[in-house]
Design a protein around this ligand. Structure first.
Ligand code: 4NP
Length: 158
């Protein structure tokens, strides 16, 4: 089983979308039994909430359905997950700052590192913006998740 965790600040916009996009891709390729896919937030601001309604609406237009409830990233997640995908630089630094013994850094990645088009970019926080922000997030995630899945398939001979 390959365990993947998508992480953002609130776990109601970007990381539930990463989770939804990746689950949709994996389902399309009949690889569901190979993966456990989840998401979390570095903050507890929205714990227990469903994904932001605007994010859900934009995702649904692409046949991507967001079903998760927000939870906070926990120390145990470092051991549980093989790939921990940060959406922006703050998420990346916040995750690493919880790895006090500096032993899990090789599991923590920037989401866009896996996209040939968007490498080096952050997935911007759409929470305070309008519609185009949500579409931009989905474009970035679709591109990056495709790249991530291709690399995982190679690494794990799927
Ligand atoms: P997310 O977006 O990190 O992509 O889930 C946000 C959601 C809520 C807040 C910030 C970002 N907030 O400050 O409440």
């Amino acid at each position: 089983m390959i365990n993947i965790l998508f992480v953002c600040l609130g776990n109601i916009c970007r990381s539930p979308s990463g989770e939804g996009v990746f689950k949709t891709l994996v389902k399309r390729e009949n690889l569901e039994t190979e993966f456990f896919i989840d998401s979390a937030g570095t903050s507890a601001f929205h714990v227990g909430e469903q994904a932001d309604r605007r994010m859900q609406k934009h995702a649904a237009k692409r046949n991507i359905y967001l079903t998760s409830r927000s939870r906070k990233f926990a120390i145990d997640d470092f051991a549980k997950f093989d790939y921990i995908m940060a959406m922006d630089n703050d998420n990346y630094m916040d995750i690493l700052s919880m790895d006090k013994q500096d032993i899990f850094k090789n599991k923590v990645f920037m989401m866009t590192d896996f996209s040939p088009l968007y490498q080096g970019r952050e997935v911007p926080d759409p929470y305070y913006g309008g519609g185009p922000g949500f579409e931009d997030v989905l474009d970035l995630l679709e591109e990056s998740c495709l790249g991530l899945l291709e690399i995982i398939k190679k690494n794990h001979e799927l």
